[in-house]
Design a protein around this ligand. Sequence first.
Ligand SMILES: Nc1ncnc2c1ncn2[C@@H]1O[C@H](COP(=O)(O)OP(=O)(O)OP(=O)(O)O)[C@@H](O)[C@H]1O
Ligand SMILES: [Mg+2]
Length: 269
Amino acid sequence: MASDSFLAIRGLGKTFAAKRWWGGERGGTVALRDVTLGLEKGRTLGLVGPSGSGKSTLARCLAFYEAPSSGEVWLDGQNLWSLGRQERRAMRAQIQLIFQEPAASLNPRFTAGEIIEEPLVIQKWGSAQTRLQKACELMETVGLPSQAAGRAALAFSGGERQRLSIARALALQPKLLILDESFSGLDLSVQAQVANLLLDLQKRLGLTYILISHDFGVVASLADEIAVMDNGCLVEHAATADVVAKPRHSRTKELLEASLALSLGGALA
Ligand SMILES: Nc1ncnc2c1ncn2[C@@H]1O[C@H](COP(=O)(O)OP(=O)(O)OP(=O)(O)O)[C@@H](O)[C@H]1O
Ligand SMILES: [Mg+2]
């Protein structure tokens, strides 16, 4: 049952109010409707659904970027949205979200080292020297040479910037890592490299992942289980093999077919 899980999302709802230019609010967009979902520690969930189905909103509600309108989120026995300031600060470090466009979320004027250190600075962790040392260690962890710590973020390739965002997200030793469309802009060989890196880190650090994509194929090979969103609702959630072999919801079938057509198209091109 979801309430006992490591990550337990219960009846989560989110409505964005529509603001009128003369003031006041009316109507609005319902982005999440009564989403209930459980995920165990060390597992990988693939969260798929068409554009606008609420995937990023769900991620943002989990990672404290957006307050839900209703429902609860529990991680490791703690109710996220009822924590006090200090506890919330500690919990924020536990859940890291890697944004949809890593290039846009990394300040191009910062060096790689500064980018990785930033969360440590915000959390007032260690001295300047220990932070730099930690940043260099993290670069090695994600397979980047620590000698490149002084290089500007702009000077890294797309795949390397993806690794930088992962290193930055790992700086505070999170328990839950959410990657929102993080594979989309990468070519296939780099996708495979990042996928291997994620699997390796999961084994070593016991991380729990949520991988978000509108493309089924991108997450299916990595995810233990798949959750399908449609119009703000969770319409299907089961083990990846079961979803692939026996999709139940029409939206799941559509996504599967679209993904298959894409990979066939790729193979023929
Ligand atoms: N800050 C906001 N203000 C108003 N509406 C929003 C806001 N953020 C999201 N929405 C709306 O909520 C719905 C869900 O959006 P969301 O970004 O979660 O979808 P998504 O599944 O991540 O889509 P995509 O695959 O395109 O990234 C959409 O209708 C979107 O327009
Ligand atoms: Mg999104």
